[in-house]
Ligand binder design. Structure first.
Ligand code: FMN
Length: 271
């Protein structure tokens, strides 16, 4: 399908987006944690209100205590206020957030006592990514629970996995570490954006046999994605955004391959 829509499909897509609601059983409507999880949105506009130190400390603590494979805690959190971000990157935190955490998958630290995955770099990397991402989500929810909004970034502003090599150099990180994403935190400026199009539950559940994609449902989702992008990025085309990703992903593929596999090749024969 083309990444371009006529006016009728754009309007239809936007109406569908605006109709989207989390499905929560009435019996659980008062559950505070569920409310926090379901109301969370990626927020991309923040006020200048600072985040109190104790609130930020609680966010980091939620990351530290996240579940992880064999309790290996294969993560590092690089923490920033705006001054520090400017010092390192020469620009403000993306979207003028007040705090940022770069979540780094880290299989360097635990190796000082254990070298279990030396010959299995892909498995080790995947586990580290899974676990660091769970820590990221814990931080995200801990922020939301305090009325602090956030957005995770893997691309915007050279902030994540697509610029992992650049970030690794900027932060002077050792081999075995890969910057995955930046989480930007702040108080939301204005109302939360509408929920972006989520696939219906019956299309993502495997309850018996894997269900092949439903062409109509997938087309509807894609139309809503384009309509939503067009509405929030006037003057930019969805296709130009895809082209941008394409270029960056091509380079990231090379960089990541080097970061994940090359250090192992270089050190593999030493012991
Ligand atoms: C790992 C990860 C990376 C993301 N990278 C970006 C990004 O670079 N730029 C951006 O604007 N949003 C980014 N997002 C936010 C997603 O676009 C957003 O989560 C998605 O559209 C769903 O919207 P929601 O978070 O409001 O449910 C990222 C989200 C995740 C989880």
């Amino acid at each position: 399908m083309k990444a371009k829509l006529g006016p009728a499909k754009t309007i239809r897509g936007l109406i569908r987006i605006l109709r989207g609601r989390p499905a929560i059983p009435p019996s659980l409507a008062d559950n505070e944690l569920l409310q926090v999880i379901l109301r969370r949105r990626s927020v991309r506009a923040f006020t200048a209100q600072p985040i109190p130190e104790d609130a930020f400390a609680a966010i980091l603590e939620a990351g530290r205590l996240a579940p992880c494979t064999v309790n290996l805690q294969m993560w590092t959190f690089a923490v920033f206020d705006d001054a520090r971000w400017r010092q390192v990157f020469g620009r403000p935190i993306p979207f003028h957030g007040q705090r940022a955490v770069i979540v780094i998958s880290d299989s360097h630290r635990y190796r000082s006592v254990l070298d279990e995955f030396r010959d299995y770099p892909l498995t080790e990397y995947t586990l580290a990514v899974m676990n660091a991402s769970l820590a990221a989500m814990n931080m995200n929810i801990a922020a939301e629970a305090q009325g602090i909004s956030s957005v995770m970034l893997s691309e915007t502003g050279r902030s994540g996995i697509l610029d992992a090599k650049y970030l690794k150099g900027k932060l002077n990180l050792p081999d075995g570490t890969v910057p995955l994403m930046t989480i930007v935190f702040g108080y939301a400026r204005g109302a939360y954006p509408p929920m972006p199009p989520k696939l219906p539950m019956e299309h993502i559940l495997l309850d018996g046999e894997y269900r092949q994609p439903d062409p109509a449902a997938m087309q509807s989702w894609f139309e809503q994605m384009i309509a939503g992008f067009n509405a929030s990025h006037p003057g930019f085309s969805f296709q130009s955004q895809l082209n941008l990703y394409h270029g960056k992903i091509e380079q990231a593929e090379i960089d990541l391959h080097e970061m994940v596999f090359s250090p192992r090749v270089e050190t593999g024969g030493e012991e």
